[in-house]
Design a protein around this ligand. Structure first.
Ligand SMILES: C[S@@+](CC[C@H](N)C(=O)[O-])C[C@H]1O[C@@H](n2cnc3c(N)ncnc32)[C@H](O)[C@@H]1O
Length: 245
């Protein structure tokens, strides 16, 4: 089963609402560039909901009905309406341009092939206002993590009585990591396994891909604390705009 078929377990690991530092970073950009904001792959709304609650008009698209439903449910619990619809980040047409488009939480790493990446950037260009900004966050690949032995289960942690272990297979040719997450429920002894894949973007390659698709990198941070991107940074957080040439 796919990780995104179980929004409950997804939120259990990632938290139902993003941390204050992430939200504050994004709100600063929302204030500078204006709204409505478009979030691509908005998931269960961990980012979309606190931004909407701050009074910013934000729309989200996601491929998973299950994640969309979870987002709507969480919005209702918080007394707000989530403007989220089903859409594929590889090819979307919303009939509107946005001053700010964001794709946070490593969702860009679900684009496994070059044609998918190109289609993504073309769709973004069709939806970005002329002076708009695109914010993308992906992991900074960490070789020891990619290099783990296949078939071995590594402990990730315990989340509300669910012990999470993972096994990982990184394909050096495609740069795609295939992960299986195994949730063992401590009291019932029941186990549920969920799979997902993530393409790894190495820093120099990532910048080049963005540039090759007609974007200019304005800033590259290593985390939401705005620290500059360096070797040991956990994330690659890029602010880009369409290059005028
Ligand atoms: C890591 S989650 C991030 C969710 C959200 N941005 C957050 O931080 O809470 C990745 C999301 O990408 C969505 N997704 C994967 N491939 C997609 C695609 N081709 N088009 C739209 N959404 C996609 C999944 O359904 C999932 O909700």
């Amino acid at each position: 089963m796919d990780l995104y078929d179980d929004a409950f377990l997804y939120d259990l690991v990632h938290g139902p609402i993003a941390g204050a530092e992430i939200v504050s970073f994004l709100l600063d950009y929302c204030k500078v560039y204006g709204s409505p904001v478009l979030e691509l792959a908005s998931g269960t709304g961990s980012i979309l909901l606190p931004i909407a609650e701050a009074g910013i008009e934000i729309r989200g698209i996601d491929l998973s009905e299950n994640m969309l439903q979870a987002c709507r449910r969480k919005a209702a619990e918080r007394g707000i309406r989530a403007k989220v619809t089903k859409g594929d980040i590889r090819d979307f047409s919303l009939g509107h341009r946005y001053p700010l488009i964001i794709i946070i939480g490593n969702s860009f790493q679900h684009l496994n092939s070059l044609p998918e990446i190109s289609a993504f950037f073309e769709s973004v260009k069709r939806h970005l206002e002329p002076d708009g900004r695109l914010l993308i966050e992906v992991f900074n690949p960490y070789i020891p993590l990619l290099n783990r032995e296949m078939g071995i289960r590594y402990v990730v942690g315990e989340f509300d009585g669910h012990i999470l272990t993972e096994d990982v297979n990184y394909d050096q040719a495609t740069q795609v990591t295939n992960l299986n997450w195994h949730f063992l429920h401590r009291t019932s002894g029941r186990e549920r396994s969920l799979s997902f894949s993530m393409r790894q973007f190495f820093p120099q390659e990532f910048d080049e891909l963005i540039s090759l698709h007609g974007f200019e990198i304005e800033d590259k941070f290593g985390d939401f604390d705005r620290s500059p991107f360096v070797s040991g940074s956990p994330a690659q957080l890029v602010v880009a705009k369409v290059r005028n040439n």
